[in-house]
Every structure is written in structure tokens, then in C-alpha cells.
Design a protein around this ligand. Structure first.
Ligand code: BDR
Ligand code: CA
Length: 394
């Protein structure tokens, strides 16, 4: 088991007390510091204390558990949660986010309502995986909390500007809110410390053979994000496919009597049953929790540098993420010549048509990575962290 002590100097009891009182928190995951230090575009000083984050989400079964995990993690100072349409419409993702905040007893965290639909497309939902209510059919009372007045994009902009170089965006839904914020403020991207996303895949999709759901829903938004210059960590299906929730995990959650563990157990139990009823052979996978956990404890994931771009025009492939790397695939070189390969590797799109010379405005002569892509996962370490924190045992 990964012990809580390893992640923070602060005990669970101290953290819960400090959170409830709205006090400043002490202690920070070493991993989170490492990730931030290397990422910081504006502020390269390692942050003291917990990492400031905004979580953008479309709850969603795995979003709900990811939110609960984040709210039980003393390494994070959650400046806000922004809801977006995705797994289900915004009319459901927003109250679901508010419900999670209430269950976690974190009424100090503002929640903002975001986009009702993708930038240019009609919304496609994933009720086949998350049920009609987004929580696998698990029913909770209507939330009493209400969202803040600012829409999500404005909230993100204001918060990033308030703490330039400090905010990490943890995105676990379609990237519509983030793209809207970036498009509204040309200076914003360089003020964001890092963006850690659950999204994309370099090994095939889950809603089409090409595309992962979050990128499929709003590929134009994803492309804006990948080309924004923000240091990106992509936690995609390549690793999140290895996070299938089991009955044993749920039993551990059911055994603990605190509200977070009980709520997580209820959502997880419903999601497993929903999956089984529909005959799915795999999952439910804890995609979004893995992205959060990888930020808390980077030893859970292994990364490789890529230039990632998003297919936006493919009739069958829109939402596919392409990862270019001089050290992977058929164009890789003999050891010792990688440096030359890196500077000589062109970023290509499809061949030019007769009518034009270029098919994309973003082709590059040379390889310059824009993302750290997760390529390996320690699933046991991940579930130790997730179930340990949700249950309150660690
Ligand atoms: C992603 O899509 C959603 O269904 C999940 O919540 C996760 O964010 C996985 O492809
Ligand atoms: Ca999600």
C-alpha cells in the first residue's frame, strides 16, 4: 500500500480539520513539486504548500470518484471546479459536481457552470457508460449548493490571472471550457503552470476506433489546447485502460462508514452493475482518477515526450490524437543519433492535395514536443492511493 505519509507530511485528520476550517494547508507531494517545477512557464520557483488547481469535469462516474479523490488530497488547493457538458448534458454534470462537493464537505470550493455544448459540434454523450444520470444510476439528493455567478471560462481566466504561473488545470472532460478561456485571453496560456488531462490515446479510441471520448466530443477545443504552448501532461487510454474497478475495491469502500467512502461505493457499485447489465467485458475504468492520481504521485505513471496533434477534419477519425516522436515507431534512429533525429523530424499531415500545398497550418519542420504522454502505469500503486483515500483508510 502507498501510505498517506509518503504523499504528505499532514495526516488525514489534520487535513480534514484544516479543510473544513478553510485554513492554509502544509505539506506537498514531492511528485507534485517535481511536476510543477519542470512545468512552470512563468514561475519556475517550486511552489510552497499545496498545488493550486482548477478541475474541469463532466461527472460522470469516474469524474465523480476523481473529484472525491482530489477533495481528499492535502497536496491540492482546489481553487475551483468547473463543469462542462460531456458524459451527460451540463444540466446533469453541474449538479453532479455540486453533489460531490457537498458529500466531501468541501463547501469552500467554488463550482462554476461551463459550456453546454462543444465549440463547433453537437453534443454527443456517453450515457451508455455512465447511465442517464451520469452516476451509473446512483441517486443522491438534489444539491443545496449553487454555482458561482461567473461562467466557467471567465472563472478560469480570473483565477489563472489571480495566480499567474501557479495554476495547474486538471481536465477530465471535453476541453471546451479551457479552449473558451484561452480564446478569450491571448496572454492566458503562458500564465498556466501546467495542464494535466485525461484525454486522448496513442493506441486507438473508445468511442470510435480512432478517438478517445473527451477529444472526440470537442476535437477543435482539444486542438486549441495542444497548440496553446501550455506544458501538457496527457493521461490517455494507453494507461487508463489498465484501471478497471473490481468488486473487491467496492467492498473495501462499502466497509468504511464515512460519507465519502459510502458515496464512492454507491457510485462504483452502480457503475459495475450498469457495465455488467450491458455486457461490457472491461471496466468501468477509472480514467479520470488516474489523471488526478498521476499528478499527486507521478511515480504511478511513466512518460514519454511527444508532439501531439488532433485530427479535426476526418470523416471517421475526428478526435484522434496523433503522437509524433523521433524515438518511437519506424522513423526512430540508432542510439547516438537521436539528437539529429529529433531536430530533423518533420511533423507531417496528409499529403498536399492538387489544390493546395499544405493541408494543415500547424505542420512543423522539426520535432518540438508539446506534451508528456503517459505510456506506463503502476496500477497497484494507483488503486492503493485511490481506494485508500476514498475509504479514508490512508
Ligand atoms: C473519458 O471519457 C469519459 O467517459 C470519462 O469520464 C473519461 O473522462 C474516458 O474516455
Ligand atoms: Ca470525464
Amino acid at each position: 500500500m502507498v501510505s498517506m505519509k509518503k504523499h504528505s507530511e499532514m495526516t488525514r485528520r489534520q487535513f480534514v480539520t484544516a479543510s473544513a476550517a478553510g485554513l492554509a494547508l502544509g505539506g506537498l507531494a514531492h511528485g507534485a513539486v517535481a511536476m510543477q517545477a519542470e512545468a512552470a512557464p512563468l514561475n519556475d520557483q517550486p511552489a510552497r504548500g499545496p498545488s493550486r488547481v482548477i478541475i474541469d469535469t463532466d461527472p460522470g462516474v469516474d469524474d465523480a470518484l476523481a473529484l472525491l479523490l482530489a477533495m481528499r488530497s492535502p497536496e491540492l488547493k482546489i481553487e475551483g471546479i468547473t463543469a462542462v457538458a460531456g458524459n451527460v448534458p451540463l444540466e446533469l454534470t453541474l449538479p453532479n459536481a455540486l453533489r460531490m462537493v457537498e458529500i466531501a464537505g468541501r463547501n469552500d470550493i467554488p463550482v462554476a457552470a461551463g459550456a453546454k455544448r462543444p465549440l463547433l459540434r453537437r453534443l454527443v454523450t456517453a450515457t451508455y457508460a455512465h447511465g442517464e444520470n451520469g452516476l451509473g444510476g446512483a441517486v443522491f439528493p438534489e444539491p443545496k449548493r449553487t454555482p458561482v455567478d461567473e461562467p466557467a471560462a471567465a472563472f478560469i481566466r480570473q483565477t489563472v490571472r489571480k495566480y499567474p504561473g501557479e495554476i495547474t488545470l486538471l481536465t477530465i472532460g471535453p476541453l471546451t471550457n479551457i479552449a473558451a478561456a484561452l480564446s478569450s485571453d491571448a496572454e492566458l496560456a503562458r500564465m498556466v503552470r501546467r495542464l494535466v488531462m485525461m484525454g486522448g490515446s496513442l493506441s486507438g479510441g473508445n468511442i470510435t476506433p480512432a478517438a478517445e471520448f473527451n477529444v472526440y466530443v470537442d476535437p477543435e477545443a482539444a486542438r486549441i489546447v495542444f497548440q496553446s504552448g501550455i506544458p501538457i501532461t496527457m493521461v490517455g487510454l494507453d494507461v487508463t485502460r489498465k484501471t478497471s474497478l473490481t468488486d473487491e475495491h467496492v467492498r473495501v469502500l462499502e466497509a468504511e462508514q464515512n460519507p465519502v467512502s459510502q458515496a464512492a461505493a454507491k457510485i462504483a457499485r452502480n457503475a459495475i452493475n450498469h457495465n455488467r447489465d450491458r455486457g461490457f467485458l472491461v471496466g468501468p475504468n477509472m480514467h479520470d482518477s488516474l489523471a488526478v492520481a498521476g499528478f499527486l504521485d507521478p511515480a504511478i505513471l511513466e512518460f514519454q515526450d511527444y508532439y501531439v496533434d488532433v485530427e479535426t477534419t476526418g470523416e471517421l477519425t475526428a478526435g484522434e490524437t496523433l503522437g509524433y516522436s523521433p524515438t518511437v515507431g519506424d522513423l526512430r534512429r540508432r542510439p547516438g543519433t537521436e539528437k539529429e533525429a529529433a531536430t530533423n523530424m518533420p511533423i507531417r499531415g496528409s499529403a498536399p492535395t492538387l489544390a493546395s500545398t499544405r493541408t494543415s497550418p500547424v505542420l512543423r519542420e522539426n520535432f518540438v514536443p508539446n506534451a508528456k504522454v503517459a505510456v506506463g502505469v503502476n496500477s497497484t500503486r494507483f488503486f492503493d492511493l485511490l481506494i485508500g483515500r476514498l475509504s479514508g483508510k490512508h
